[in-house]
Design a protein around this ligand. Sequence first.
Ligand SMILES: C[S@@+](CC[C@H](N)C(=O)[O-])C[C@H]1O[C@@H](n2cnc3c(N)ncnc32)[C@H](O)[C@@H]1O
Length: 216
Amino acid sequence: MPEAHQRAFDRLGDRVLLEVPLQPGIRSTLVHTEYRLDPVAVFGRDAPLVVEIGSGSGDALVEGARRRPDWDFVAFEVWRPGIGHSMAKMGAEALPNVRIVEADAAVALGTALSPGSVQEVWTYFPDPWPKTKHRKRRIVDADLADTVLGLLAPGGTWRLATDWDDYAGAMRTVLDAHDGFTLVSTDRAPLRPVTRFERKGVATGRRITDLAYAPR
Ligand SMILES: C[S@@+](CC[C@H](N)C(=O)[O-])C[C@H]1O[C@@H](n2cnc3c(N)ncnc32)[C@H](O)[C@@H]1O
């Protein structure tokens, strides 16, 4: 990771990274199934909670947390350089309403958070896995949909964005067919900034799709 990001990681790691027990295994990124994340204990208050799946370099996370200091944000990201970059964006003091978990989001969401405890789940520009033979690696699928549905509070929202048309189509196929979700918007998500992935997608002529689903 670039030196400035490493410095931010070293300086802010204690404040921003949540220490979570992992399942055994060399280089495991799987949160231990016994672990429970208690947002009230972590943030010292009871506020609407946003969970980001794959926060990358932290553009949406940091911008969102700055614009909504009255909300709390927990991001799951497995790519440490992205975590360092996110911390570098926070400035010297970090952001009191942000924590990052260095672990697999799909697994952690299944066990670490309480049902009905999340106001918004964000999945922006998930890895597209464009080759047909790799599509089964895509993180948005029916299993993740079941997990997210269980986490969302009444009135909560799952916000997704992608610059790959066929991934957008696959998201719609899975979520439109899901008994528990209804599509509520295809407008740009209110707090979603323009990120590197969006710029790259647009520059190569791809269309950006935003989707927002709510529990029925
Ligand atoms: C294409 S990037 C997009 C990052 C960010 N959401 C954005 O819009 O700029 C996808 C990110 O998801 C992360 N990721 C992929 N699978 C993940 C998983 N199972 N758990 C947590 N993060 C994951 C990758 O490491 C990568 O940083």
